[in-house]
Ligand binder design. Structure first.
Ligand SMILES: [Zn+2]
Length: 300
């Protein structure tokens, strides 16, 4: 906020390090009447700043000593700010906002802590009614908030949540725990399914003598190759079920087919051997199951 410099003859240059801000009110009068008083050399009083609503006037430069606190050593180390508040008029919201902004700027500039030790009422320097109804605690509180750096939140940040906040966090945590449990259950279910699937695949890779890196897709291709016709498959299953009983599901059917296939192959191999030996015998019947051809010969 840019101050309008009015000037005052009531100052000197014997400045000490600035570490206090003294808050005043007009008590009576206006910004204009304060200006008249501060510009009058015989009054021997002044202030650095005066605020009335959105107006900010300056009479003494910060680098110089203004005569506002009534105690010279305090004048040397402080900046004095007048506020438009009187015995019959409270400070306006605009005046508060302008004051908060100005005090914050000064605190920042001189590294003055925003607390009630460093931002003080005129009456805390000497016996006076100043600064009356002006709410200095509000100004200090809001300046402190303005100057508090925005905290970055990370995993290590500790935040005071209060009772309500803690309860909310606990509710969220317990919900998260529930979700984690559900997730673990899902993982277990998936693990169980994959191990079933792997068992199924491994078994049929072995059964069909597929290469060891074969997966479910190769197994299915092989099954499709071996069982080209649904009708034929159903007929074969029925034939097998007549002997071994009803199958519960597709897998047990396939398992049985695999077993039968091996049996058939073993028999087929034996028969091939026999065929060579019995080549002179007459073929009675030829049957084909799963691509294996059986030749039944007449004895003798
Ligand atoms: Zn005062």
């Amino acid at each position: 906020m840019q101050a309008v410099f009015k000037g005052s003859p009531n100052f000197d240059t014997d400045r000490k390090p600035i570490d206090r801000i003294v808050i005043h009110w007009f008590g009576e009068g206006t910004l204009e009447s304060a200006n008249t008083r501060f510009q009058n050399k015989s009054s021997q009083v002044s202030a650095h700043y005066g605020i009335s609503d959105s107006r900010l006037w300056q009479w003494v430069k910060e680098e110089n000593v203004a005569y506002h606190a009534g105690v010279y050593s305090m004048n040397q180390r402080s900046i004095g700010i007048e506020h438009d508040a009187t015995t019959t008029k409270n400070a306006s919201e605009e005046t508060y906002q302008a004051s908060i902004k100005l005090v914050a700027e000064i605190c920042k500039k001189y590294n003055i802590p925003a607390d009630r030790t460093h931002i003080i009422k005129h009456s805390e320097v000497k016996a006076t009614a100043c600064c009356g109804t002006l709410d200095i605690d509000r100004i200090v509180r809001e300046v402190s908030l303005l100057l508090t750096p925005v905290q970055e939140i990370n995993d290590q940040t500790k935040i005071d949540l209060g009772v309500h906040g803690v309860m909310e966090v606990q509710a969220i945590k317990s919900k998260l725990n529930d979700m984690m449990r559900d997730l673990e259950d899902s993982h277990k279910a998936i693990d169980s399914l994959s191990s079933q699937l792997k068992g199924f695949t491994d078994k049929w890779v072995q059964e069909y003598k597929l290469s060891t890196d074969s997966g479910l897709v190769q197994v299915e291709i092989e099954m499709a190759r071996l069982l080209p016709l649904e009708d034929e498959y159903e007929k074969t299953i029925e034939a097998i079920e007549e002997i071994v009983g009803h199958f519960q599901d597709k897998n047990s059917r396939l398992t049985a087919l695999g077993a039968v296939r091996q049996e058939i192959k073993a028999v087929s191999d034996k028969l091939d051997d026999c065929q060579k030996k019995l080549s002179t015998r007459k073929i009675l019947k030829t049957i084909t199951v799963f691509g294996y051809t059986f030749k039944i010969y007449r004895e003798g």
